[in-house]
Design a protein around this ligand. Structure first.
Ligand code: EPZ
Length: 432
């Protein structure tokens, strides 16, 4: 298994191009099978989660043709199976989007039931509640969720909790249900809006995405389209935190600054200088002293849970005591023990991390417990002027960050991907 090996202490500087949003692309790839025409998706990130999703749709018979590294042509007319097996679900939970897509198009679908995961229990009751409200019979047994309907009809759905996945899944099914569907207390994340815009570009009639209430008038069929995935808010935010933690100066390019507001606001509060352009943000932290603050994760437009570990790493270098409250997932502080091994002073009480700032981190061998926490440990390693950081289990990071190490090297970081203990020793010798 590969590792990232990092010699930290260099303030990162320069500019970095942000790729397409992984979490939007997962929804778009699933939704692309809802027409029998060709769909061309561009700006797809070349990351493991997306490649598994493409395999999953090929697995049920869709044609997938790579146009180039970031573009694919998908054709769902050859789909012959409505069942997605556990192999895909265990690799990426988001393959449950195929439930909404297949149910909308073929009125039947079967997907292995996802279990909990590293960041906590992740029920799908709200997805199922939505399908039922659209007239589907939903059953969960033998480890499978099956949904079937003779007719899908619009319904009025109140989401008891704001859920990105359930909103997207229900959107897809409702796009092809008869009549009008209203989703109240819908998720407003940029990727929810992206899936709605994509479906509209295929002929769907969805209004209100990005607000609490989404209204969908079902159409008979969807047609082909060409569509470009929105930029990745979380990849951009991770580089912004890397600029902060290393007291560097980075411009993240090809982004939508509006999507970054919660993150920019917190970095500004901490003491970074932020400049916003049309499609870029510059974070300048050279010479800045950081001060403590409070962060609470919330659904969009609140501070994203997917940025919680990276922000904690920045706050770990701020003077005084900061707190980070995780309000979305119950088990998203697993990385704190690893950060402590790097000199971080963080205590977790219930869903709150209490962080006492230290002057700097020190390199250590740590392991990535999940995708975002893994990226945060890399950021901590980049901010550690002494010692070498070795991050194990980087397969989590590679699920969601394309050429993470190469992009960081482009900003002056000393980071390598090692394929063996021998590689690690070689790198350590080179830099020490
Ligand atoms: C999406 O997960 C993202 N994944 C996650 O990104 C992200 O952390 C999360 O939204 C929150 O922003 C994708 O988009 C593929 P939710 P999702 O449904 O849709 C509860 C990353 O690192 N809930 O919005 O699964 C749930 O337990 C990942 O890229 C129910 O109770 O999240 C949680 O507490 C990790 N019942 C809250 O809602 C349900 O039926 C929000 O979850 C569904 C969710």
């Amino acid at each position: 298994m590969n590792q990232f090996v990092i010699k930290g202490g260099t303030p990162l500087s320069g500019s970095v191009d942000i790729g397409g949003a992984k979490n939007a692309a997962l929804g778009l790839v699933a939704a692309a099978i809802m027409t029998d025409d060709d769909v061309i998706l561009d700006n797809l990130p070349d990351v493991n989660d997306i490649n598994v999703m493409l395999d999953a749709i090929e697995g049920i018979g869709a044609r997938v043709e790579r146009i180039d590294r970031h573009a694919v042509r998908i054709n769902g007319s050859t789909i012959g199976a409505y069942s997605v097996d556990y192999d895909y679900i265990k690799k990426i939970r988001a393959s449950y989007y195929l439930l909404g897509a297949l149910l909308g198009k073929y009125k039947k679908a079967e997907v292995a039931l996802p279990g909990g995961c590293a960041i906590g229990a992740r029920p799908i009751d709200l997805h199922l509640k939505g399908f039922r409200a659209l007239g589907a019979m939903v059953d969960t047994k033998y480890g499978l969720v099956s949904a079937e309907a003779e007719r899908l009809t619009g319904g009025h759905i109140y989401m008891d909790k704001v859920s990105v996945g359930a909103t997207i899944n229900i959107l897809m099914t409702a796009a092809l249900a008869e009549g009008k569907t209203i989703i109240e207390n819908a998720a407003k994340e940029p990727h929810v809006v992206d899936v709605a815009n994509f479906l509209n570009s295929m002929g769907a009639n969805i209004r209100g995405a990005g607000t609490d209430v989404i209204r969908i008038v079902g159409v008979d069929r969807l047609h082909g389209t060409e569509y470009s995935v929105i930029p990745d808010q979380i990849e951009a935010g991770t580089f912004m935190c890397a600029a902060a933690a290393t007291h560097g100066d980075i411009t993240v390019k090809n982004i939508i600054p509006k999507h970054m507001e919660a993150i920019s606001a917190k970095l500004l509060e901490v003491g970074c200088r932020i400049a916003e352009y049309d499609d870029a943000i510059r974070v300048k932290a050279s010479g800045c002293e950081f001060s403590h603050t409070q962060v609470t994760t919330l659904p969009y437009p609140g501070f994203p849970t997917d940025m919680q570990p990276q922000m904690t790493v920045v706050l770990g270098l701020a003077s005084g005591t900061s707190t980070v409250t995780e309000s979305i997932f119950e088990n998203r502080f697993k990385y704190v023990d690893e950060l402590r091994r790097m000199g971080g002073q963080v205590q977790v009480e219930s869903n709150i991390a209490i962080i006492t700032g230290v002057e700097c981190y020190t390199g250590a061998r740590v392991s990535a417990p999940d995708l975002r926490a893994g990226a945060a440990l890399v950021v901590a390693g980049l901010a550690a002027p002494e010692g070498i950081t070795i991050v194990d289990d980087i397969h989590y990071i590679l699920r969601g960050y394309e050429t993470f190490d190469a992009k960081l090297r482009g900003l002056g970081a000393d980071i390598r991907m090692a394929e063996s203990e021998r590689d690690i020793r070689k790198f350590v010798l080179q830099v020490s």
